[in-house]
Design a protein. Structure first.
Lengths: 180, 176
């Protein structure tokens, strides 16, 4: 087993284990400084972002919407965590020269060609479906996959099995078997 | 910015850094996992879970932190999980990694992010419908696996470790 990948990245075992340590440090830090244990997650932030956008055009609608009220539209700890992910990935990729401007990923191009429009449509439609699912299931691969599994949450075992089970099935239909 | 926002930003920068170093942000890695040709994401996630679960469950046992299980609402987790899986396969990013992918220059993630914001807005509109249907079917509440099957977490954790490490050896043997 190597600690570095061919393109200068770290072994996924090493990087993953460090995320495990980060998750532990993060629950301690949030408990200590924010008074409430918070777990790594991402998908709730998309609800808050949607609420913030909608507030610009229809503030009353956001105020009267039950789900936005329940979620509390504000820039909180998790919102800034999600912003931080962009910065962290930017720092890491620019310092090890793995930063690449990519408009159509290779696996997609093999199947659907180099059209940016098609990729944009696929990403957008996939995003809508995935986020409706994530909100219904109350988590994504961060909230359920990492944080929920670390707590041995029953719902996370089921959610993760569904994410990957259906993901594997749909990916084989969409991209075709044996292509990568 | 307040303390919560600064702490979130700091944690997020470290999280994004490690996600990028693990090379799990890319579309091809995510779809590769779903096509079962590249196990990078499984290796990364399972390693994080193995380490994280020991610390988090121990800290919870010591009553230093509190657990926050997501509810085992059967219809919501099964249908929501299935929808997420389908959307994930097409999009090739998950919510957290889409932002990281943007950070490493894969700018087509913007369309995924916009789609997910639109999806969140759609869910907010559909919430009353889900609340009276799927979410109302059967909810076992916020429970952990140890309570659900009545086996101590200190038995489940070693079993989980052994099973996962066995899986890792298999990945390496098969060169996945």
């Amino acid at each position: 087993m190597k600690w570095k990948t061919e393109d200068g990245g770290w072994s996924p075992y090493l990087a993953g284990a460090l995320v495990g340590l980060l998750a532990i440090a993060s629950v301690l830090a949030t408990t200590q400084w924010l008074g409430k244990t918070s777990y790594l997650g991402a998908s709730t932030t998309f609800v808050r972002a949607a609420g913030l956008f909608e507030q610009i055009i229809a503030a009353e609608h956001v105020e009267s919407n039950e789900y936005f009220t329940k979620t509390k539209v504000r820039i909180d700890w998790q919102f800034m965590l999600v912003v931080g992910i962009v910065l962290g990935a930017l720092v890491s990729s620019t310092t090890d020269k793995s930063f690449r401007l990519e408009s159509v990923p290779p696996t997609w191009e093999k199947r659907f060609g180099p059209s940016i429009g098609k990729r944009a449509a696929g990403a957008f439609v996939g995003g809508v479906i995935a986020m409706v699912g994530a909100r219904l299931a109350d988590g994504c691969p961060s909230g359920h996959g990492l944080s929920g599994m670390m707590q041995l949450s029953l719902s996370s075992f089921v959610a993760l099995a569904m994410f990957f089970g259906v993901g594997v099935w749909v990916a084989h239909i969409v991209y075709g078997r044996g292509k990568s | 910015m307040n303390t919560a926002q600064w702490l979130g930003l700091f944690t997020g920068v470290l999280f994004g850094f490690l996600l990028q170093k693990g090379r799990v942000l890319r579309f091809d890695k995510q779809v590769g996992a779903m096509l079962l040709t590249d196990m990078t994401i499984f290796k990364f996630m399972l390693s994080a879970i193995l380490v994280g679960m020991v610390g988090i469950l121990w800290l919870s046992n010591m009553e230093i932190i509190t657990l926050s299980h997501k509810p085992m609402n059967v219809g919501a987790v099964v249908i929501g999980g299935a929808l997420f899986g389908a959307g994930w396969a097409i999009m090739g990013f998950c919510p957290g990694t889409s932002l990281g992918a943007l950070g490493e220059g894969r700018w087509h993630a913007v369309f995924a992010i916009l789609g997910m914001v639109a999806g969140a807005a759609l869910y907010a509109e559909l919430y009353p419908f889900f609340k009276s249907t799927v979410l109302a079917w059967k909810d076992f509440g916020k429970i952990g696996l140890p309570e659900a099957i009545n086996i101590s977490q200190w038995i489940i954790i070693p079993l989980f470790w052994v099973g996962t490490i066995g899986l890792f050896f298999w990945f390496e043997k098969k060169n996945l």
